[in-house]
Design a binder for this molecule. Structure first.
Ligand code: NZQ
Ligand code: ZN
Length: 386
């Protein structure tokens, strides 16, 4: 167990009927509100009505910034920053999934400076203050509702970069599982894959040999992500399943799993972000295509860790350590296939001759994320296994 500081300031209001809290939670900071949302799902599922009523009843003057797309774009972030400055908005309210919340975070940071917001993503500038942010989560996946990370695509340079900064934590997030009833089966599965990936990144990159508390917590989150996703795919309006999946995804990347693990990394995300940047692949779908290949590559380096995962998550008890490790990876890949999340580059219609181009793109992020043990050759070898 390594030393750690755990400080997560985000207030969570969880459960049925919590949407009406968004007004007071937001105007507690200011009544000049920038409302950020996506391409229209909230208008179809009635959330737009509920949220704007709650904000107006709490005295908010709303400026809208709709049209955030999945894998949010820098150009749209810049437009949101300009709008915020023109109307002197003092608080931002995001209603959506990780893309909407991440774009809102970038607006909160960019609104406080005169330089281009992309300078934060390349490490040229660091964030020292942000506008306050409140969120209503509509898709269980990224964990952005309760973390300090954000990911934006610069479409001019084809770079999808992300980073964390303590000023990016939302002040308050509303997690009403009923807000996710309208998430279709494919994005429900992609969200569960993303939550599982967030756990695996830490589980398999920590170098600490003895982290029993974090291990059992992480193993439990992976099991819950699969079981709750299975329930929801059987009935998209299963409240218990949606509630379990929502809270699992939030806990999978809010800092708790990593507390005490020491240095960890995001190698699978480093590669996946290139798939999303270059082919606009849904984040979770890109991850399920990368995870089995990366796990087979990494299991040659730390087979015992993979054997523990196989035994505790999939009850694989026979054979050698190496055989157990492979059985665990195969079991996870089978689950991805069961929920129809793609498990290869071919399934994503990405030709293998693109591997050098993808590796080149991923290497740029590996440098920004200071991952010296990933060079072009290693990334290409992992991609060849996907
Ligand atoms: O445009 P809208 O209407 O919002 O439609 C979205 C979008 O088309 C739709 N959707 C969302 N909630 C819905 C719904 N459709 C029906 N009913 C609802 N209730 O689903 C599609 C995907 O939404 P999106 O927000 O893109 O998905 P997700 O939540 O998976 O977010 C993905 C983004 O999060 C970033 C990813 O890189 C990607 O850009 N990540 C953020 C992280 C963080 N902040 O810590 C970490 C993650 O690893 C991830 O990288
Ligand atoms: Zn992710």
């Amino acid at each position: 167990m390594q030393n750690f500081v755990f400080h997560n300031p985000t207030k969570i209001l969880f459960g049925k009927g919590t949407i009406s809290n968004i007004g007071p939670e937001t105007t507690a900071f200011s009544n000049k509100v920038l409302l950020v949302y996506g391409s229209g799902s909230i208008k179809k599922n009635g959330l737009y009505q509920q949220v704007t009523e709650s904000l107006q009843n709490a005295g908010a003057e709303i400026v809208e910034h709709p049209g955030v797309q999945s894998n949010p774009l820098l150009s749209h972030v810049r437009a949101g920053i300009a709008l915020t400055k023109t109307h002197h908005c003092q608080v931002v309210c995001a209603v959506g999934g990780g893309s909407v919340i991440d774009e809102a975070k970038a607006i909160c940071a960019g609104a406080m400076v005169d330089h281009d917001v992309w300078k934060f993503f390349t490490g040229k500038k660091s964030i020292t203050s942000t506008l306050p942010l409140t969120t209503v989560l509509t898709l269980a996946a990224s964990g952005s509702e309760m973390n300090s990370g954000m990911v934006i695509t610069n479409e001019e340079t084809n770079q999808k970069f992300g980073f964390a900064n303590k000023h990016l934590f939302p002040k308050a997030s509303i997690l009403d599982p009923e807000a996710t009833f309208s998430v279709p089966a494919n994005y429900t599965a992609y969200g569960a894959v993303d939550a599982i990936a967030h756990v695996l990144e830490f589980y398999f990159t920590t170098a600490d040999p003895s982290t029993p508390v974090q291990d059992r917590f992480m193993e439990g989150l992976v099991i819950n992500a699969m079981e709750s996703c299975d329930r929801v795919l059987a009935d998209l309006h299963d409240y218990q399943g949606r509630a379990d999946l929502m809270w699992t995804a939030t806990l999978a990347l809010n800092g708790l799993t990593g507390a005490g693990l020491g240095k960890v990394g995001f190698p699978m995300h480093m590669i996946e972000h290139s798939l999303s940047a270059l082919y606009d692949v849904p984040h979770g779908a890109g991850l399920s295509a990368i995870i089995p290949g990366w796990m087979r590559h990494q299991s040659e380096i730390t087979p015992k860790r993979f054997a523990q995962f196989a035994e505790r998550v999939f009850d694989c008890r026979n054979g050698s350590v190496e055989e157990q490790a492979q059985m665990g990876i195969n079991s996870l890949q089978k689950w991805f296939e069961k929920v129809h999340s793609p498990t290869s580059l071919q399934a994503l219609h990405i030709p293998t001759q693109d591997i050098p181009r993808i590796a080149e793109n991923a290497l740029a992020l590996a440098k920004v994320w200071r991952m010296p043990d990933y060079d072009n050759g290693r990334i290409q070898a992992i991609l060849a296994g996907c």
